[in-house]
Design a protein around this ligand. Structure first.
Ligand code: NAI
Length: 245
């Protein structure tokens, strides 16, 4: 029970890595709020958790400031605090630069970068008042090393590293730790859009010769969220099987 008594908010928690993390946090004694813009997926996730009394779903789009603020307000009213924020919501709209529409750039930046800013801005204020908090951001190997066809995505995931390091410095003195996880290729709906031959190539290039599972990333979030990581701040933890060393 590494998270007993903790209240965790996981954005984009209705699917993939976020949903598996929510489940792991529940097993570790946390009260979990999953938020997502996909209400149907949110309700489905709740039923998969057998409507566990310690998990709730709030429909909220991280690109919408009003919805984000209302979500955080409602969590503070019902639970009194937010101890852990996982900025997990993210999208890809891949394409080579010369063919990339500006809309694809704007949308990916709005979710993956501005969404992290909006959620953290309001949650961090509550954490500062409480004198405690853990903020975990979803970066990516692509944010560290770049990737062909992912100009927009790589830029946002590199941006998240800048946010993580800045906030680690800004909020560390206030009792708040800020870290990021940089997953390699993980089998979820997001990577289902990646051509199989690219995934095969990634697997072959990974020293551990396998792709990641959502559980691998959830375990990293659990470690960083727990008191086991109480002296870890401002780090970008690669969870990629050694894909890039
Ligand atoms: P996924 O597509 O399975 O789940 C993402 C969730 O975010 C979905 O439930 C979706 O509805 C939600 N979402 C999207 N836009 C949203 C918005 N505007 N507001 C609220 N919710 C929104 O993706 P996956 O694979 O679980 O990825 C989770 C995070 O991990 C993302 O930030 C992704 O960039 C990152 N990541 C994933 C990797 C992978 O290989 N799957 C690798 C590296 C990073």
């Amino acid at each position: 029970m590494k998270l007993k008594g903790k209240v965790a908010l996981i954005t984009g928690g209705a699917n993939g890595i976020g949903k598996v993390t929510a489940n792991m946090f529940l097993q570790e004694g946390a009260t979990v709020v999953i938020s997502d813009y996909n209400a149907e997926a949110g309700e489905k996730a709740l039923s998969e958790f057998n409507h566990h009394e310690n998990v709730t779903f709030i429909r909220s789009d991280v690109t919408n400031t009003e919805q984000v603020n209302a979500m955080v307000q409602s969590i503070l009213e019902s639970h009194g605090k937010i101890d852990i924020l996982i900025n997990n919501a993210g999208i890809t709209i891949d394409g080579f630069l010369t063919k990339m529409e500006e809309e694809a750039w704007d949308k990916v930046v709005a979710v993956n970068l501005s969404g992290v800013f909006k959620c953290t801005k309001v949650v961090a204020a509550a954490m500062v008042e409480n004198g405690y908090g853990v903020i975990l951001n979803a970066s990516s190997v692509v944010g560290i090393h770049g990737n062909i066809g992912q100009t927009n995505y790589a830029a946002t995931k590199a941006g998240v590293i800048g946010l993580t390091k800045s906030w680690a410095k800004e909020f560390g003195p206030k009792g708040i730790r800020v870290n990021a996880v940089a997953p390699g290729f993980v089998v979820t709906d997001m990577t289902a859009k990646v051509p199989q031959k690219v995934l095969d190539k990634m697997e072959a290039q990974t020293p551990l010769r396998k792709l990641g599972r959502p559980e691998d990333i959830a375990a990293a979030y659990l470690f960083l969220a727990s008191d086991d990581a109480s002296f870890i701040n401002g780090t970008i933890l690669s969870v990629d099987g050694g894909l890039v060393i």
